[in-house]
Design a protein around this ligand. Structure first.
Ligand code: CTP
Length: 403
């Protein structure tokens, strides 16, 4: 069954450049099985045509409080009662102020006041100075204190040329947040997930090692996002300086061989395996027992291949759903597709790495590919992107277990 099947979503659209993204959001909601009714403010109509939303949702779009035609079909109080959730995206500073103050001077603000819908989700979109203004911040704090979920805004370049917080979060993130709320955050309840994260260290001598720049942040964010969906998570971590996420069983390892042992020990009963670690492909053929001295002008190291943990797990007869990562400096899509096939995976999440991208950064962008589909997840914080990726994993895992 589709995740939002039968849920009644009232989508409010207010006047912002990001209003065009509301069409994509409506499409995702309908595709997910939701019944969607759209209410636009009068000014929002300047940014996106109601016909577009009507075509996507198959329902008339309303923009006026006193509209005899629509009121006779479904009065506004009836519409307020119909809504199971009111989702406003994009939400302007003005809409946030009106809602915070409990005003009801157009259809959307009236519906917000008249509705008993327990959940009002708001995705702000505005100029960065307007978002930062103490009045807006106070209004947002007021909404939060009333259990309104505020999604975003994202940080970045704005249509007006400014850079800062105020961009509407991506529709896929809003969809994921709604799914979470309706599923009670339990899409992976009772599922055991084994996850590798961080770098490995391959010793050269008692004080030196070969390593890489992986910080483990993406893997740790995934562990938290998996727990939030009810999964039982075993996190096998290379050497990182991160706190263990709540309710996660953590096994610390140093080398690729130790990581492989920990994975195979933890695997029985696992429904999903996610290989997020940057495992060293090679290790020194010998580890010097004493510190290597600089006795020569050059030094040649002999390296031998490490086992590919992910390929080994994917090759098991009774294997879990396998998700790999591909960090690439170029030709991301081509290499990711090749790795998906070569390793026999169910899904791969690829990202571009380079200076200040990927490994040590606090945000990430991913191209997620599975057999028969793909989705690009725009640059956002690692916890946000982890929540989206876990949703995609749950989608494909559900699809596979249903067949
Ligand atoms: N992986 C693994 N064990 C290894 C190496 C990699 O489990 N010994 C996993 C990683 O956790 C990641 C994926 O495989 O999910 C990365 O694939 P890989 O082909 O190893 O990527 P690169 O190391 O980037 O390979 P290449 O250098 O060929 O691009």
């Amino acid at each position: 069954m589709r995740p939002l099947h039968g849920h009644r979503v009232l989508l409010g659209i207010t006047a912002g450049i990001a209003a065009y993204k509301a069409a994509e959001l409506a499409r995702l909601l309908v595709k997910d099985g939701a019944e969607v009714r759209v209410v636009m403010t009068r000014s929002a109509v300047q940014f996106i045509g109601p016909m577009t939303l009507q075509a996507i949702t198959g329902q008339p779009v309303r923009d006026a409080l006193f509209d005899p035609v629509h009121e006779s079909a479904m009065g506004h109080i009836e519409l307020a009662r119909w809504a199971e959730v009111i989702l406003v995206a994009p939400a302007t500073a003005d809409f946030i102020a009106q809602t915070a103050a409990g005003m009801a001077h157009d259809l959307l603000s009236t519906l917000c006041l008249a509705s008993a819908a327990p959940l009002l989700v708001v995705a702000p979109a505005m100029n960065q100075a307007m978002w930062r203004h103490p009045a807006t911040q106070a209004n947002v704090a007021l909404l939060r204190s009333r259990e309104v979920t505020i999604l975003g805004p994202d940080h970045g370049e704005q249509a007006c040329g400014d850079t800062g917080p105020g961009r509407m979060v991506e529709p896929a993130l809003i969809l994921a947040a709604l799914r979470d709320r309706f599923a009670g955050g339990r899409r992976l309840a009772g599922r055991r997930v084994v996850l590798t994260a961080g770098p490995t260290r391959e010793a050269l001598d008692p004080v030196r090692f070969l390593g890489n720049r992986s910080s483990g942040k993406m893997g740790f964010a995934l562990a938290s996002a998996l727990v939030a969906q009810g999964a039982e998570v075993v996190l096998i971590a290379g050497p990182v300086t991160l706190a263990t996420p709540v309710a996660v069983e953590r096994i610390d390892v140093e080398t690729a061989l130790q990581m492989r042992d920990a994975v195979f020990t933890s695997l029985p009963g696992a429904a999903i395996f996610i290989a997020c670690a940057a495992v060293a492909d090679f290790r020194p053929a010998t580890v010097a027992e004493q510190k290597i001295k600089k006795a020569t002008e050059t030094l040649t190291l002999e390296l031998i291949r490490n086992p590919d943990i992910l390929s080994e797990v994917a090759a098991l007869a009774d294997r879990p759903f396998c998700v790999g990562f591909a960090a690439e400096t170029h030709d991301v899509e081509t290499y990711a597709e090749a790795k998906l096939m070569a390793k026999g995976l169910d899904m791969i999440a690829a990202n571009q790495v380079g200076v200040s991208q990927g490994f040590e950064a606090d945000d990430n962008a991913l191209l997620v590919i599975w057999n028969g589909g793909r989705q690009a997840l725009a640059r956002q914080s690692k916890p946000q992107i982890a929540a989206l990726l876990v949703n995609l994993i749950a989608d494909q895992f559900d699809a596979q277990t249903a067949t």
